[in-house]
Write a protein that binds this ligand. Structure first.
Ligand code: UDP
Ligand code: MG
Length: 317
């Protein structure tokens, strides 16, 4: 008989062998005190350490675990998207990191809020325990995003959340390849509520998000949910034309009334030329960023490829 689950917990894992035992311990503890039938969906995002073997062991011994193995490393947002396709819960789907920075113990509270009629309960980080530079960058990024994005993305909230089945269905139906899940989640709408928590440190191991990946994520946030960069170019263009007209009028005036001082302004001209070459290159780059995203989208490749799945203690492809 198929298991009927009310709640799914989605956890992407990439080389998390150090945290894995602690993670499973805490998850089992939480589930034992939670009376609604719950499954845990672990997604292996192409780990190269012992994570897949550890996952296999748990899933073959305990049918509350469903394990999805991706064919290679796709990145956190894609691993999550994969988990979303496989989640079986009828009511609530909770998303959390595998390094225990997002405490699974919040499950009952999140589910309560969901049952009170909220469609999304998203966690807001009150305190971060990361380095000062990383914290500062996060702080600035979320505030810039708030001002330039076309939808309201809550401040200081990441992917850690619980959502209703209908929100999940909407996310699963979105064909976009560049996945910025927290933005897509906000876009869906309905009743969304924030829940403040203190973000803990990573349980063990190192952050699997390199600076490059964070940068890419930040980029996706901006270019998928904001038209600001491209509008900004137009504005700069107008201002530039205005300036050049003023400059032209000025030279014309001098040429007519003070022809003897004319050959000046050479420095200014070189400066202006180089400056606006730069502005043009930047503008092309910004437009290119949108074009790239269109290109990526029209290729229409699947978002991820699955290697195998273990559910109900059975392995399948
Ligand atoms: N992760 C993943 N694929 C990746 C990178 C990370 O599935 O390519 C997982 C990782 O195992 C963890 C979660 O995403 O469960 C968050 O990653 P991490 O803790 O390294 O990010 P940070 O908290 O440093 O932003
Ligand atoms: Mg982490």
């Amino acid at each position: 008989m198929e298991n009927i689950f009310e709640v799914s917990l989605l956890i992407p894992l990439y080389n998390e062998q150090e945290t894995f035992p602690a993670l499973i311990d805490r998850l089992k503890n939480v589930l034992n005190n939670f009376k609604h039938p719950t499954e845990i969906v672990l997604i292996n995002d192409g780990s190269t350490d012992a994570t897949p073997q550890l996952m296999e062991q748990v899933a073959l011994a305990d049918d509350r675990f469903q394990c999805v193995f991706l064919s290679r490393n796709y990145g956190h947002q894609f691993a999550l998207s994969a988990g979303m396709q496989y989640a079986r819960a009828t009511q609530g789907i909770m998303v959390l990191d595998g390094d225990l920075q997002d405490p699974p113990e919040l499950l009952p509270e999140f589910y309560n809020l969901l049952q009170q009629g909220n469609d999304v309960v998203y966690a807001i980080r009150k305190k971060r325990k990361e380095g000062i530079i990383k914290r500062l960058l996060y702080w600035a990024y979320y505030r810039i995003m708030r001002n330039i994005s076309s939808i309201h993305i809550p401040l200081d909230s990441g992917d850690f959340c619980m959502m209703s089945r209908r929100v999940l269905n909407q996310l699963n139906a979105m064909p976009e390849r560049n996945r910025y899940i927290r933005g897509m989640r906000s876009w869906v709408g309905y009743k969304q509520i924030g829940y403040e928590y203190n973000r803990s440190e990573r349980e063990a191991g190192e952050s699997k998000y390199s600076f490059k990946m964070l940068w890419r994520l930040a980029y996706s946030g901006i270019f998928n949910f904001s038209e600001f960069p491209i509008k900004f170019i137009t504005r700069i263009g107008f201002i530039t034309i205005l300036f050049s007209l003023i400059y032209f009028a000025d030279t014309l005036y001098k040429k007519i009334f003070y022809p003897e001082i004319m050959p000046q302004g050479f420095t200014m001209i070189t400066f202006l030329i180089t400056l606006f070459c730069g502005v043009q290159l930047l503008s092309l780059g910004l437009i290119g960023e949108y074009v790239l995203r269109i290109y990526d989208q029209v290729k229409g490749r699947p978002i991820f490829v699955t290697d195998k799945i273990i559910k109900d203690k059975k392995v399948s492809n």
